[in-house]
Design a protein around this ligand. Structure first.
Ligand code: SAH
Length: 418
């Protein structure tokens, strides 16, 4: 009867007999699992050659004594007879043996594996081998681990508390990364913002604590030093703390301060990058922040800080796209500064509100008219302001300004872009 055992191969000698593609695949896994590997085969394929930095190769036929001192043997010679002979030697020496030639005649089987953080799932067949079925079951489990599993620790060793800063993306739930989702599935407590994929909070297990420290513009609900204190204190209680932030934690997110606070308190802290609204909301509105032949750089600023000389230079020289975050409430001032500094009043501007969500809206106009239009249509935060040639309407429409490189059908009366 086959069973599953979580064995640790770190630094343990393992013998692989054979040098073909099957051996190569197993070698790569055994290497990742930390085994000390010897390969015995008269010849090896290219994929094995690529692993020779980490693997000792004996270029000859296998001998019985090669098994001495091994914890595990994997035979994949391509010849069922040769594999059976190696398996027989292994049995006589009481060494576990995976027999690639005939799994039913080895003493161990290689499971189909999927890992999620500290959780490792293996699937084997207890009957006749059926790799397609075990892989399908493994894939279904992997999907469950990615999207729905409750991966919280039930037992918390002392000092196991930690903080994970998760970049939640701009708002759409499916723009939260797979790694971010896994961190949420492991969380005992989630410290959340107002922005980002807040609907995921409703999917958490009912006993996961949610601490809302959300800030609204001009009104800091919970001051940053207090957020830092909460993170440290929760982790010191042994909990896995997810700090769920909008966009990317390090783009105007004060993630750096939270990392420092944790480090100063000796709390382990990890950062999961996120899809930043600075790039994602223009993209979701069909605005490329760079476009071949139009703009080859972008500059991201915080609107509250005003436009500094670098930002104004970018606008005047049209050398880059300017992306302004936190700029809606100060839009009129920003426009005034730009016009006074000599920026072309005809420069295209696009404002993307609530990008990537069902409420996304795009408002466009020339620089000298955008503030009035934004006010007329009631533009509100959160919004990203994009200034520069890429914000022109129709840039990505066939035949539009950005379509310089696309060939026209003969007889077309449309004009080519620059
Ligand atoms: N760390 C975040 C930015 C935090 S600053 C990130 O990488 O996205 C907050 C600003 O981000 C808002 O004022 C707004 O300018 C922008 N923002 C965040 N989410 C947004 C969204 N869904 N649509 C438009 N702008 C957004």
């Amino acid at each position: 009867m086959t069973t599953l055992l979580g064995i640790d191969l770190t630094d343990r000698p393992v013998l692989v007999v054979g040098g073909g593609p099957v051996a190569a695949r197993r070698l790569a896994h055994l290497r990742d699992e930390g085994a000390r590997i010897t390969v015995v085969a008269p010849a090896v394929c290219e994929d094995v050659v690529a692993l020779l930095d980490d693997v000792r190769w004996e270029a000859r036929e296998v001998r019985e004594q090669d098994l001495d001192g091994m914890w595990l043997v994997h035979t994949a010679t391509g010849s069922p007879l040769a594999d059976a002979e190696v398996a027989g030697w292994a049995a006589a020496r009481r060494i576990w043996c995976v027999n690639a030639g005939d799994a039913t005649r080895g003493s161990a089987r290689t499971p189909a594996l999927t890992a999620s953080g500290e959780v490792l799932v293996g699937v084997v067949s207890t009957g006749a081998p059926d790799p397609g079925r075990t892989a399908a079951v493994r894939d279904a489990l992997a999907e469950h681990l990615r999207t729905g599993a409750d991966l919280r620790r039930r037992r918390r060793p002392p000092g196991a508390g930690r903080v994970v800063l998760v970049g939640g993306g701009p708002g759409a739930v499916d723009l939260l990364t797979v790694r971010g989702r896994r961190a949420l599935a492991e969380a005992d407590v989630v410290v959340a913002d107002r922005l980002g994929p807040t609907p995921v909070l409703d999917e958490l297990a009912p006993d996961v604590e949610v601490i809302d420290v959300g800030k609204t513009p001009g009104h800091h609900a919970v001051p940053q030093h207090e957020i830092n204190r909460i993170l440290v204190e929760q982790a010191q209680r042994g909990r896995t703390v997810v700090r769920l932030k909008g966009g990317d934690p390090f783009v105007f997110g004060r993630g750096g301060e939270e990392v420092l606070a944790c480090r100063q308190a000796g709390v382990p802290v990890e950062v999961v990058p996120g899809v930043s609204s600075a790039l994602a909301t223009p993209a979701a509105a069909g605005i490329p922040v760079t476009h071949r032949g139009t703009t080859a750089a972008f500059h991201v600023v915080n609107g509250h800080a005003g436009l500094d000389e670098a930002a104004l230079t970018v606008l005047r020289d049209r050398s880059a796209t300017l992306v302004v975050l936190m700029g809606v409430s100060v839009l009129a001032e920003l426009v005034g500064t730009a016009l006074a500094a000599g920026v072309d009043p005809g420069t295209p501007v696009a404002i993307v509100e609530e990008g990537t969500t069902a409420r996304q809206r795009v408002t466009r106009d020339r620089l000298d008219a955008i503030a009035g239009r934004a006010q007329a249509v009631g533009v509100h935060a959160p919004a990203v302001i994009v200034v520069g040639a890429v914000a022109a309407p129709g840039l990505l429409e066939a035949g539009g300004a950005g379509d310089a490189g696309v060939r026209r059908e003969p007889g077309s009366d449309e004009t080519l872009g620059p």
